[in-house]
Design a protein around this ligand. Structure first.
Ligand code: TYD
Length: 217
């Protein structure tokens, strides 16, 4: 039987610490001798990074909700075809900083475009690929946004278009993540992102080990 890797996704609000935890998990997995591919959305590929610039540039205020939705999926489609599927076929572990759950939460719910539309596009862009395990870093909207905005001003980041959305928008995103986690408790593991950084890392490691054992990865 062909060996197959695993797609593990990190989800959560802006500023919830996904990226730090993804890097720590990658280091632990590599120390165990596993081959790991780290990717991020929007981005992940050279073409994806160009799309990311359009999506996150705060100057692009006129970007329509539908164009935004399609651009997130364009970046994902490129990442799936160019990087993720080939790596899965090689038996690698892929760690993705965001995937379609982000689009369900931000565009489906935050922008009000609806889950059905997102699921339909997901079928086209991802061709049936679904995350094997999703780590949802759960942090209050206010804390996450304050962290994201503080980081933006320290780094004088130009990637602020989404962080600048209203509190009401981010609250809808938070609610949507909660509903997703309730619907799919086996796949989506909620992690308390307000805990000390080392504790979060430990909890994530426990969840990943449990998944590997259960699914013989
Ligand atoms: P990201 O680079 O993960 O930023 P952060 O580290 O601040 O969480 O994501 C960029 C922004 O894009 C973030 O505000 C979430 C948003 N986003 C969507 O709205 N839809 C999507 O499908 C994805 C992948 C991200």
């Amino acid at each position: 039987m062909a060996k197959r890797g695993a797609l593990i996704t990190f989800e959560g609000m802006d500023g919830s610490g996904k990226t730090t935890q993804l890097r720590r998990l990658a280091a632990r997995l590599r120390a165990e001798g596993r081959t790991v591919l780290e990717t991020a959305e929007p981005g992940g590929t050279a073409i994806g990074r160009k799309i990311r610039q359009i999506l996150l540039d705060s100057k692009n205020q006129e970007l329509s909700a539908t164009a935004e939705l399609l651009l997130y999926f364009a970046s994902r489609a490129q990442d799936v075809d160019e990087s993720i599927l080939p790596a899965l076929d090689r038996g690698e572990i892929i760690l993705a900083d965001r995937f379609t759950d982000s689009t369900l939460a931000y565009q489906g719910c935050g922008r009000g475009l609806g889950a059905q539309t997102v699921v339909l596009l997901d079928r086209i862009a991802c061709r049936g690929l679904r995350p094997d395990l999703t780590l949802l870093l759960d942090m209050s909207v206010e804390t996450g946004l304050a962290r994201a905005r503080a980081r933006n001003s320290i780094e004088s980041s130009a990637e602020t278009r989404m962080d600048e959305q209203s509190l009401a928008f981010h609250r809808k995103v938070y609610e949507a993540y909660g509903a997703l986690a309730e619907r799919e408790p086996q796949r989506i593991r909620r992690i308390n992102a307000g805990a000390p950084i080392g504790e979060i890392e430990h909890e994530i490691w426990k969840q990943v080990q449990a998944y590997f054992e259960k699914c013989h990865v």
